[in-house]
Design a protein around this ligand. Structure first.
Ligand code: PRP
Length: 197
């Protein structure tokens, strides 16, 4: 799906399909060199990272193992989350001891997800744990995360596309866009009306 297909819902495009492809290609070239002969494992947290993982894993020139995790996400967690709130919903199906791991993420917001995940994988005995995140809302960080392969730093706006959703929609947009504010404000108002009626 392209921006033109959902134009009435979109305020503006933030990162184009071409910019995403360029970043992923540059990053894949670095990763292919850095992990030559190291039996790299890429780990993605569902659901948002599925597109980024697919694109990055296809762009590298080395064989990689691909694994997924699902962790709990609480309503309102963007403003209230702390590291202790994160729980595993679906764990990795493999042992990470002695493995070189690259966590692939779509976005860093507060940083809690990555902070927790890096520490968890290290505590399980991974040989190394590094991070690639396609987008980074740096102004929203509440904890520091070391990102070896950085993506685009974006402002604190409501973005969708390339894996990122609003209410489970727009993940299949092929670029990153800012949603019109009335899109989510309308829904919030409807929900509030429903709650009070
Ligand atoms: C998003 C994103 C990261 C996390 C980042 O996932 O995919 O995993 O939030 O936020 P943080 O830096 O504040 O921890 P989300 O919880 O929206 O779930 P989803 O990937 O299924 O959409």
């Amino acid at each position: 799906m392209r921006i033109a297909d959902i134009q009435s819902h979109i305020d503006h495009e933030l990162v184009s399909k071409q910019q995403i492809e360029d970043l992923i290609q540059r990053t894949a070239t670095r990763i292919s060199g850095d992990y030559q002969g190291k039996n790299l494992m890429m780990v993605a947290v569902l659901k948002g990272a599925f597109n980024t993982l697919a694109a990055l894993s296809q762009a590298v020139t080395i064989p990689v193992q691909i694994e997924f995790m699902s962790i709990s996400s609480y309503p309102g967690r963007k403003t209230t989350v702390s590291e202790g709130d994160i729980e595993i919903r679906m764990d990795l199906g493999c042992d990470v001891r002695g493995r070189h791991i690259l966590i692939v993420e779509d976005i860093i917001d507060s940083g809690y997800t990555l902070h927790w995940l890096v520490n968890m994988l290290r505590s399980r005995g991974a040989a190394s744990v590094e991070v690639f995140a396609l987008l980074d809302k740096k102004v929203r960080h509440e904890v520091e995360v070391e990102v070896k392969y950085p993506g685009y730093v974006i402002p604190d706006e409501f973005v969708v596309g390339f894996g990122l959703d609003y209410d489970e929609r727009y993940r299949n947009l092929d670029s990153i866009a800012v949603l019109k504010s009335d899109e989510y404000l309308d829904q919030e108002q409807n929900q509030n009306q429903g709650k009070h009626s």
